[in-house]
Ligand binder design. Structure first.
Ligand code: SAH
Ligand code: SF4
Ligand code: F3S
Length: 479
């Protein structure tokens, strides 16, 4: 199941149940043979997980499985899971209850847990969740056909081996989220950063970068197939580094950005996520230089206070982050910056929380993803610090952050009124099939009235006429 939101952050997004039907109708097109074995897959978590599900679909497709949107028709029910906050895991467990019912009504159906929760809990998941037949970590998807075989023979199947090399570089993902316009490309896996609150280094393993040529080939193929936007994905894309084994030439993130942007001026390039400590001037220059590299950076701050940032092991201070923001606006004046914030991290005082509010004011984020701190077992913070901020205080601080962001987003959007942007049409707007929706370079969604002869994938010039904190409304103008 895929969300169609090409925003760039690698952050958890629970699927919108309203979209399920839509997506699986597209999947049915892949499914003409009623006798083939069928799999059903739900994805939770960040875009990397959604992108991984496309690899899973491809691996299963190779051995004759077809996707279905109806879990009751499926021989294999898969859930690609997220462990980032406790709530994400609770959601998965609730879904497993539903799968349990299906399994009871259709004995022989296999249920597999994939992704970060599989990696975190490993075989323990089999004890905790009796209905689960397969537990498969993020680096073990090539092994799925074997694991399914084992499960079919009545044994439980587990592979949670974390690799130092696996990038699935040669696997061509089965594009299930087909708006046919924008697609994700994973350029690296894992994370070496060890932010103290974060479970990702434990669930995804060591950082490794994918062969640069396979990235460019995948992007070029997408362009050929009519796609007009690719989002390069990684937990920390700015530390992308691939060495060509043949001549030891090193490819940085700025270089890969330019290589993908060079495929065609009509192919937009986005990326996510940027760790503030790693984004270089070279990357900023590439964005400024290329019209088709979008002027949008997701640059999660997490907290605006230097003491808290140190406890979080983010390796930058408030001042350092602010200098980075100044530099971005200097090199790319019309760049939009977005962020992630955590409210109520261990020992955070009221004053320190206010520093988060003031850095939001300083940066003027176009949008943000905002969370209450959720202690994750095994992380550095869980080992070293007490989760001592009461829930109601976390909630209130989060509310203050959300309210401020909503004011800043509104102001940001209102400042676009009267401006004209190049918009890539993604499809019909949510509310009306008389309107198109599309994004500008700054990743803002703009809704405007349709005109004859235009289709998703076309670029149009749109003048913004009004704005809410979430969306811009506009009208097409000739360029
Ligand atoms: N790699 C990205 C973020 C990945 S996780 C980065 O470094 O920015 C996405 C977001 O989830 C994080 O930016 C953080 O804001 C949030 N998050 C991660 N662990 C969390 C936790 N234990 N509690 C609350 N929010 C968390
Ligand atoms: Fe987690 Fe930090 Fe890595 Fe992001 S950079 S995935 S927050 S450890
Ligand atoms: Fe992504 Fe969640 Fe795993 S955010 S990397 S799916 S823990």
């Amino acid at each position: 199941m895929y969300n169609n939101n090409p925003t760039l952050e690698a952050i958890p997004k629970i699927i919108d149940p309203k979209r399920q039907g839509e997506i699986f109708e597209q999947m049915d097109e892949f499914n003409p043979d009623p006798n083939s074995r069928k799999f059903y897959i739900e994805s939770y978590g960040c875009q990397m997980n959604f992108s991984d599900s496309e690899i899973v679909a491809s691996v299963l497709g190779e051995v004759g499985f077809k996707p279905t949107r109806d879990m009751e028709q499926a021989d294999l029910i898969l859930i690609n899971t997220c462990s980032i906050r406790e709530k994400a895991e609770e959601t998965v467990r609730k879904r497993l209850r539903i799968f349990d019912k299906v399994k009871r009504s259709k004995p022989g159906t296999l249920v597999g847990v994939l992704g970060c929760m599989a990696e975190r809990l490993k075989a323990k998941l089999l004890e905790e969740e009796k209905l689960v037949d397969l537990v498969v970590g993020p680096d073990a998807y090539r092994d799925l056909p074997n694991l399914v075989g084992t499960a079919e023979s009545g044994q439980k199947a587990v592979n949670v081996f974390l690799s130092r090399e696996e990038t699935y570089a040669d696997i061509s993902p089965m594009r299930l989220d087909n708006n046919g316009v924008s697609a994700f490309i994973s350029i690296m896996r894992g994370c070496d950063n060890m932010c103290s609150f974060c479970v990702v280094p434990f669930t995804r393993g060591r950082e490794r970068s994918r062969n640069a040529y396979t990235i460019v080939a995948e992007a070029a193929q997408l362009f050929e197939n009519g796609y007009r936007e690719v989002t390069l994905l990684g937990q920390n894309v700015d530390s992308y580094k691939w060495e060509n084994p043949e001549n030891s030439e090193v490819y940085s993130f700025a270089r890969i950005l330019r290589m993908v942007a060079d495929i065609h001026p009509d192919l937009r390039v986005r990326f996510s996520t940027s760790h503030p400590k790693d984004i270089t001037d070279d990357v900023l220059f590439a964005i400024a230089e290329y019209e088709n590299i979008c002027n949008y950076i997701h640059l999660p701050v997490q907290s605006g206070n230097s003491r808290v940032l140190e406890l979080m092991n983010r390796t930058y201070t408030r001042e350092w982050y602010m200098d980075k923001v100044k530099r971005i606006y200097e090199v790319i004046p019309d760049c939009a910056i977005s962020s992630d914030m955590i409210a109520g991290f261990c020992t955070e005082t009221e004053e320190e929380h206010k520093d988060t509010l003031s850095i939001m004011d300083f940066t003027q984020y176009s949008m943000s993803y905002m969370f209450m701190y959720s202690e994750r077992p095994g992380t550095l913070a869980a080992k070293k610090y007490e989760d001592d901020i009461p829930d109601e205080v976390k909630k209130r601080r989060l509310q203050e952050i959300i309210e401020l962001q909503s004011q800043i987003s509104l102001k940001h959007n209102q400042s676009d009124i009267g401006k004209t942007f190049k918009v890539l049409i993604e499809g019909d707007s949510k509310k009306s099939d008389q309107d198109f929706k599309g994004r500008n370079s700054q990743n803002k969604m703009i809704v405007f009235e349709k005109k004859n002869g235009l289709k998703p994938g076309d670029y149009v010039m749109v003048k913004v006429t009004s704005a809410t904190s979430a969306t811009l409304l506009g009208e097409m103008v000739s360029s």
